[in-house]
Write a protein that binds this ligand. Structure first.
Ligand code: DX5
Ligand code: ZN
Length: 216
């Protein structure tokens, strides 16, 4: 059964409390929160202050995906805002090992995100320090984009690398996940499905979450 992490980016911010209530009652496992700085990605979303508000209403782990430059400057703020997992981009971190040690020392799970053009082999010497690999299946910056099919090949490569080393690192797929393509994503070896538009723009978000959870 996959871990399902709805992405709040696609939610109705005007009805934040209702959206959180729906997620609390649903079978969702984590809340995925996308932080964008307008520099690493061509869009700006929200920061720790908004996550602090979400945290008041949420009962499940907050999976914070930082699409920002110099994430180390903000790790403590995100911890204080209530982040349980903190994911940084490999492309934004010339001293990635230091970033992960910092996240760990603050008591959060470590996540490393990789963009569609970044090879899986770039994770080779950091995998054992990583709790979650967030594999982008779209170019980061916006919700509602199409899943890039080559991601399936990358998932298989990463699954092999994790299994061969006997690691427990989770593979999270982020971008363009739908009820239709999720079975092949899971079959390729993914553990976590992030879903924004698929959940929040559906007629019955709770039911859509349930459908994603039921997939094998
Ligand atoms: C994209 C974000 C994703 C996004 C996914 O930069 O990292 O988490 O919210 O949204 P959907 O599922 O709509 O592609
Ligand atoms: Zn994300």
């Amino acid at each position: 059964m996959p871990i399902v992490a709805p992405s709040l980016l696609a939610s109705n911010f005007f009805k934040m409390e209702e959206e959180c209530k729906m997620l609390n009652e649903s079978e969702a496992d984590w809340y995925h929160l996308d932080v964008m700085d307008g520099r690493f990605v061509p869009n700006i979303s929200f920061g720790p202050m908004i996550i602090e508000f979400f945290r008041i209403a949420t009962t499940k782990p907050c999976d914070v995906h930082l699409m920002i430059l110099e994430p180390g400057d903000f790790a403590e703020q995100f911890k204080n805002a209530g982040a349980d997992h903190l994911t940084v981009h490999i492309e934004a971190c010339p001293n990635l090992h230091r970033n992960l040690q910092q996240i760990k020392s603050l008591g959060m799970k470590t996540g490393v995100a990789i963009n569609p053009h970044t090879p899986v082999s770039d994770l080779s010497d950091i995998l054992h320090d990583t709790d979650i690999v967030c594999m982008m299946s779209v170019n980061p910056g916006y919700g509602g984009q199409q899943f890039i099919p080559h991601t399936l090949e990358k998932i298989k490569q990463l699954r092999k690398m994790i299994d061969e080393r006997g690691l427990k690192t989770l593979i999270e797929i982020d971008g363009g996940v739908t009820v239709e393509n999720a079975p092949s994503i899971i079959a390729a070896g993914a553990d976590v499905l992030v879903a924004g538009n698929t959940v929040f723009k559906s007629a019955d978000p709770k039911e859509t979450i349930r459908q994603l959870k039921m997939l094998k």
